[in-house]
Design a protein around this ligand. Sequence first.
Ligand code: AMP
Ligand code: ZN
Length: 465
Amino acid sequence: MARPLTLYDNYARELRAFAPLHPQGEVGLYTCGPTVYDYQHIGNFRTFLFEDVLKRVLEWNGFSVRHVMNITDVGHLTSDADTGEDKMEKGARRTGKTAWEIAQLYTDAFLVDMALLNIEPPAVLCRATDHIGEQIDFIADIEKNGFAYRTTDGIYFDTAKQKDYGYLARLDVKGLEAGKRVEVGEKRHATDFALWKFSPPGERRQMEWDSPWGRGFPGWHIECSAMAQKYLGDYFDIHCGGEDHIPVHHTNEIAQTEARVGTRLANFWLHGYFLLLNDAKMAKSAGEFLRLASLVDRGYDPLAYRYLCLTAHYRGQMNFTWDALDAAATALDRMRNGIHALREAGTAPADAALVERFTDEVNDDLNLARALAIAWEALRGNLPPAVKRATLLEFDRVLGLGLAAWVPRADPVPDDVQANADARLAARREKNWAEADRLRGELHAAGWEMEDRAEGYTLKRRPGP
Ligand code: AMP
Ligand code: ZN
């Protein structure tokens, strides 16, 4: 018997056996989606990939999943602490398009990249601006229940009214209050946050709506409380986002939902940890960032990035390097070629022992790096070819590397060239430079160029004579 699915719940701060709230129904999964004022960078996609793998692992375990993702197209200010400009309005100024146009443009770009990464589309993809009525109703109830107050620039949530405010992040609320140096304006407490912001007097925003409190727009957090409740109910199974959501966004989503319906929104809280670039967080607001297109422009297959993300546990930060991406691309190519070579092997059931070990690993809080190692064991071991193929394709339901669909490009590498290149790699590793040079000469003569990578190599046809 394989081990049951265990996930690290950041609310409890421990590994917990996963049990669905509605054993006969669907598992409710809400993941915070993109803020569509710019392209998503590969850091954002690390989090979306982790969430996709989580969903696939739930399905691997026989659950059917109802996945809801929001599109933040209003209300996310340039500072998470309710100050600064609305990111959408700022993006509109930067590009000369309307806020509505850029929301559409970057939503479309996001969906294209999601598909390139083989991320399954959510069952519900909901925009904040399509749910203004739901958000207003939500705020009205929070106010009725005594958790809201008015300032000159908006309606705020009074975090002091909630005994366990900040529990998810283990926030030191008293310490924050005592040490508050930031400008809190008319806010009563450092941790209070906006539910509804008024349009600045005399200014017409591109995105604004009437409300019982005045013309304006919703705060960033209320959209997720409102849409999660609409599509998944008062209390559902799993809520995810990136690690930056722990202290502010998710903390405030929980506060709002507790204030309206008395639940803490979700049973499990899982977070994807950051992708770093040169040891600093990759961020849209920080200027330089890599898009999926930046990798494609350099000749990488998007799924090489997916493979790379599978090699690092979601609960640790990962530093992006081109060498690591090279290694992932080489490994993916090998796996694809390995599977392709078995295409005529016929059908057979997957190997039960390997499937069980694979399940043990993915069920151990999504240990995909070890699950991948088992996939390699299957490919390299001496199982009958049909069993090998069936086992790998079965694993690919979780890995999502598109192994069944892959076909080599029209220009396959002949076996003797491949053998030659492997021999040269071995010579290079042994620092046998003379032999490495000799083999390179042979490859050239056969019309191939070998490019060395940190882990392996790539082979290309040499330009014609
Ligand atoms: P945003 O578009 O800023 O709302 O972010 C979309 C998702 O990406 C959220 O779940 C963020 O927590 C996550 N995220 C942002 N930056 C990174 C990063 N550098 N690495 C991993 N995830 C990130
Ligand atoms: Zn959210």
